[in-house]
Design a protein around this ligand. Structure first.
Ligand code: GDP
Ligand code: MG
Length: 806
């Protein structure tokens, strides 16, 4: 807790002093040193300043100053002690109260808050996972981490709170990531920043380091990818480089875990102020800029609030760079304090300094500062005798591969070939485990069926739970195989190329190349696909992508296609029917996104920058984790929403129950049958009958349930839901065909029905995912309604127009 939160008469032990440079030094000099006991003599709310007793004498602090000091109270200490009965402290608490508190405070401050900052793809998440055992997503694909995730790690008796921040190249204010990282560093004030650097790309990566240096954060550098650095035969004198940058630089490889221990050792040393290399550094920007900085800084230093919270040098540099965020912040702050005169002077000083820089260097201040930073880096690298080796480098190989894979002519065909292989393998290879699971589910159903007395409970278990969930779990192998391929493409760096290749086409739809990846994943299951839209930076593109995703026909709809196509179309047309459905889905996605981008969600997109990371051999562990992460979502969906939906659909079909009736008659007079009849008029223009309508209602929960519902309604046979191939059991289809034709379902109506299935309400899990990702029910409900409307219109058009010809 904060020192400022203590009330009059309370005691506390100082744990940490936050804040910057001069302020921090002054506070520490006043005696607010970690481990010391402090008593509040007088602290009335909102009454500045507060009087404290410290080391036997009285001092007073401003409220905001006391805000920057972290303490631990006696109660907290007691609570902590209770939690740690394992640590048997044999102290007489009454007598040695102070010693004891001191001890607990020291323990508390053994928790170090660490932020991971670095360029995209430098290995932040790899370190995060390696150190904490977490399963964050590792991808060779920029922008994978958009929000921050947290985890714990412990090394050498210290606890670390790790925060994995989004990757950034710089700390300007052009992208949400950059602002996010900046805000985190200034608001959350982590104790130590680990700056992760891709050592095989030193010069560019160090640019961010120089910006962190400006911010005056305490930091440790991880020269990651050191394995590649060495393999390439690069060389750099690490000791010199560490010294020049004023921070420990530790060679690491998070792939193998090399250097991780040393890295955390260095973090502890910097935290405890025992590091020899760590020092505060001012990068020299040359006299023109330095003059400007000094001028602006004067005004900032006069403001106590600003001085405590930020490095004034950093703010001055940012203001000189014309950083709109910092300027807004300073202006607003000064306006709030009613110091408009000073504000005017400060802004005038800024303009004057910027003009001077322009005059003297012939470039604007921002560019001049950037040049100076690169100058600094260049100089430091030279001094540390940095040499890139002449041995085979990763980029060389990458360029050779890229010449083929992102070739103007071959790129697209190769990509589609890979897609074809992916889907083909998924469905053919997935068939085997699928059969096994199906067998197991049937076996389980029979076992339960045979061992239980007749009644609603048994019916619910067998038809509702096992039947419903079973028809979904059979898809797990295919989903995993699909995700394995997608992970492989992501981790190797090919996905970035795919997005790159597709970018032009996607732009025609008003989207990004990056939208393409979630769309492809949508063929597997929409739920993880919706989550994958996180990689898209622009919120507008993200939302549009989510809105059109449901048109990517997910694998759950496959059994319905197979069943209906098998029933109504002869063998030679079946594949074409299926293909046409996928094509209609894609076409609708294109049309709708075109409409959305030009009419509904207008606005400019941020310019598209897609970096192409070098190709890498993905590690089996990363691939497995990544595949599993996605598969897990699918399983969760089954355990939750599908289970519930299956039971609801079962119950609606089971009640009111009448033993006398046949399966079909039972369904007809059940609640779901009545619902189907009630909505029958709505689907007259499509030529559906009430039985089809019932299956549509059932599909709202999950598409997997549609086929089995039709099976039950028509013949009391629910094995259709499990069909994966056309070949099996022609008689079954013949029979169903006769039954359906007798009720007036024509092949045309059946096709319209398939179109409706393809386009309408995705499923509850997808809607929930959209709600989570957009953060509002509005978009989720919109997606639910508009897709259904589109489905209704298109299926009606197909039926009505088709009738003119047939
Ligand atoms: P982030 O974007 O900074 O979070 O980077 P990731 O942790 O997602 O890593 C990007 C890619 O670099 C992944 O494919 C990792 O497997 C790979 N990678 C991470 N660390 C190393 C390393 O030390 N050596 C090599 N060769 N590859 C690494
Ligand atoms: Mg990451």
């Amino acid at each position: 807790m904060k020192l400022s939160e203590l009330k009059t008469g309370d005691n506390g032990i100082i744990v940490k002093v936050q804040g910057h440079g001069g302020f921090r030094k002054r506070i520490i000099e006043m005696g607010f040193v970690k481990g010391k006991k402090v008593e509040v003599l007088m602290n009335a709310p909102l009454q500045d300043p507060v009087k404290y007793k410290l080391m036997g004498y009285e001092v007073s602090l401003r409220h905001q100053e006391a805000d920057m000091i972290e303490v631990i109270t006696e109660e907290e200490a007691h609570r902590l002690k209770e939690q740690q009965t394992a640590v048997q402290l044999q102290i007489n608490e009454e007598e040695h109260q102070d010693d004891y508190l001191h001890h607990i405070a020291l323990q508390q401050r053994r928790t170090i808050n660490v932020a991971l900052v670095g360029n995209p793809n430098c290995g932040k998440t790899s370190l995060f996972n390696y150190a904490s055992g977490a399963h964050g997503h590792v991808g060779n694909y920029s922008g994978v981490t958009v929000d921050a995730s947290e985890a714990h790690a412990s090394f050498f008796g210290y606890e670390f709170n790790l925060v994995d921040l989004p990757g950034t190249y710089s700390l300007s204010c052009y992208s949400p990531e950059e602002l996010y990282v900046r805000e985190h560093l200034t608001e959350k004030t982590p104790d130590i920043v680990i700056n992760i650097i891709d050592a095989s790309n030193l010069e560019r990566n160090l640019y961010l380091t120089t910006q962190l240096v400006d911010m005056n954060v305490r930091m440790v550098c991880a020269l990651n990818m050191y394995d590649e650095f060495e393999r390439r035969g690069d060389h750099v004198d690490l000791k010199t480089l560490s010294m020049l940058f004023g921070m420990p630089m530790i060679p690491t490889s998070f792939k193998s875990g090399m250097g991780v221990k040393e890295l955390f050792k260095a973090v502890i040393q910097v935290y405890e102020n025992t590091s020899k290399t760590s020092r505060h550094l001012h990068i020299n920007y040359g006299h023109e800029i330095e003059d400007g900085i000094a001028h602006i800084q004067q005004y900032l230093k006069a403001d106590e609030h600003i001085r405590q919270r930020y490095s004034t040098r950093y703010l001055a540099i940012k203001m000189l760079e014309n950083d709109s965020h910092v300027i807004d912040y300073v202006e607003q702050h000064m306006a709030g304090e009613q110091r408009s005169e000073e504000r005017k002077q400060l802004m005038a000083a800024r303009v004057k300094a910027a003009a001077r820089v322009l005059e003297e260097t012939k470039t604007d201040a921002e560019t001049a500062i950037m040049d100076a930073k690169y100058g600094f880096i260049h100089g430091a690298l030279k001094e540390a005798s940095y040499k890139t080796g002449s041995k085979e480098d990763t980029y060389h190989t990458t360029h050779v591969i890229d010449n083929v894979l992102s070739n103007k002519y071959f790129g697209l065909p190769i990509f589609f070939l890979l897609l074809y292989i992916m889907f083909e393998t998924t469905f053919s290879l997935g068939q085997y485990p699928m059969d096994w699971i199906e067998g197991a589910v049937t076996w389980l159903g029979e076992k339960v069926s045979g061992n239980m007395p007749e009644g609603p409970l048994k019916a619910m278990l067998v038809d509702g739970v096992i039947g419903g969930v079973g028809s979904v779990i059979v898809f797990l192998p295919q989903i995993l195989i699909l995700y394995f391929f997608i992970s492989l493409m992501e981790d190797s760096g090919y996905m970035a190329r795919a997005a790159f290749i597709m970018d032009k086409l996607m732009h025609k739809m008003g989207l990004h190349g990056k939208s393409f990846i979630p769309l492809i994943m949508g063929f597997g299951c929409n739920v993880p696909a919706v989550m994958a839209t996180r990689t898209i930076e622009s919120r507008r593109s993200r939302i549009i992508t989510m809105m059109i995703l449901p048109f990517m026909s997910c694998s759950a709809r496959l059994p319905i296609y197979i069943m209906i196509a098998g029933t109504f179309f002869s063998l030679q047309y079946r594949s074409w029917v299926m293909l046409s459905l996928y094509a209609v889905g894609v076409l609708m996605a294109v049309i709708i996104s075109k409409i959305f981008t030009s009419l509904v969600i207008k606005g400019e997109d941020t310019p598209f920058v897609m970096e192409l990371p070098p190709y890498r051999w993905p590690t089996p562990k990363a691939i497995w984790r990544h595949t599993w992460e996605k598969g897990k979502e699918y399983l969760k969906k089954m355990g939750g929403i599908i289970l519930v939906a299956s039971i609801i659909v079962w119950a609606l079909g089971y009640f009111p129950h009448n033993e006398e009736l046949s399966n079909e008659q039972q369904q007809e007079q059940s609640y779901i049958g009545r619902m189907g009849k009630a909505i029958e008029p709505i689907f007259m223009p499509q030529g559906f009958n009430w039985k089809l309508d019932v299956s549509l209602i059932a599909g709202v929960g999950a598409k997997e349930i549609v086929a089995s519902t039709i099976g039950v309604l028509y013949s009391g046979d629910d094995s259709f839901g499990d069909d994966e191939d056309f070949s099996s059991d022609n008689e079954k289809y013949m029979h169903l065909r006769q039954l359906m034709m007798k009720e007036g379902i024509t092949p045309l109506a059946a096709y319209a029905y398939l179109i409706f299935i393809l386009l309408y309400f995705p499923c509850i899990a997808t809607i929930a995912a959209i709600k989570n990702e957009t953060g509002s029910w509005r978009w989720a409900l919109f997606a639910a309604c508009y897709t259904t409307a589109v489905a209704w219109i298109v299926s009606m058009a197909v039926y009505q127009i088709g009738r003119l010809f047939i």
